[in-house]
Design a protein around this ligand. Structure first.
Ligand SMILES: N[C@@H](CCC(=O)N[C@@H](CS)C(=O)NCC(=O)O)C(=O)O
Length: 205
């Protein structure tokens, strides 16, 4: 197991999700903060993430980008944290991670940009339309417990963060099942530690 683990992030970014997940694992890690603009697009950083976006983690000589992949990877390499179901019981786990990273995120971001696909194009758009994606989320979210039953997993870090921030930023409509789930998922010491650390790293005026 490599000993070095570095998070590349900006405190005002999706990097907060990766930091929450790192805190859940209990692993020691370093943080490298990147500012938006030239620093994130520098040759050195683009060698890590060709998108020039945060977050990324570098674990030994392995690079992982994409918040959802970072969550899943960290759950696998730190199994003692018990953040992934057993291999043969991962149906809901994968379904949720990929649904949220793909269709749900696109639906929420497009909504915030005022982009709504023409009705005759919905069949070729992964999320169909915003209401369809949101209604699916509402039907699939459990009324109690977590996405994989009673076990809190990396999928709850990713989905819980997205639903929570979606509600706060208005990209996800307020519905009680969303609010209750986000509150349950984020009621974690690791979440509070991660948010406090990123708040502390915010630029001071
Ligand atoms: N799909 C990526 C999205 C990453 C992303 O868009 N990050 C934004 C911050 S939240 C960023 O780095 N933007 C800076 C830029 O594109 O220049 C993930 O989930 O990690």
């Amino acid at each position: 197991m490599p000993s070095s683990l570095t998070l590349y992030t900006n405190p005002m970014s999706r990097g907060r999700i990766a930091r929450w997940m790192l805190e859940e694992t209990g692993a020691a890690y370093d943080v490298s903060y990147l500012s938006y603009g030239p620093e994130m697009k520098s040759r050195n950083y683009v060698a890590i993430n060709p998108m020039g976006k945060v977050p990324a983690i570098v674990h030994g000589d392995v690079v992982v980008t994409e918040c959802s992949a970072i969550c899943a990877y960290l759950a696998d390499v730190f199994p003692n944290a018990n953040l992934a179901p057993p291999l043969t019981e991962r149906a809901s786990y994968y379904r949720w991670l990929f649904f949220c990273a793909g269709p749900m995120e696109s639906a929420a971001v497009n909504k915030s940009l005022g982009i709504s696909p023409a009705a005759d194009k919905e069949g070729m758009i992964g999320y169909g339309n915003y209401d369809l994606a949101l209604d699916a989320l509402e039907k699939m979210l459990p009324p109690s417990g977590f996405l994989c039953g009673q076990q809190f997993t990396a999928a709850d870090v990713y989905v819980g963060a997205n639903v929570g921030w979606g509600l706060e930023f208005g990209t996800i409509e307020k519905r009680s099942i969303f609010e209750d789930y986000a509150e349950r998922a984020r009621d974690r010491d690791a979440y509070r530690r991660a948010m406090a650390a990123d708040d502390e790293a915010m630029p001071k005026d």
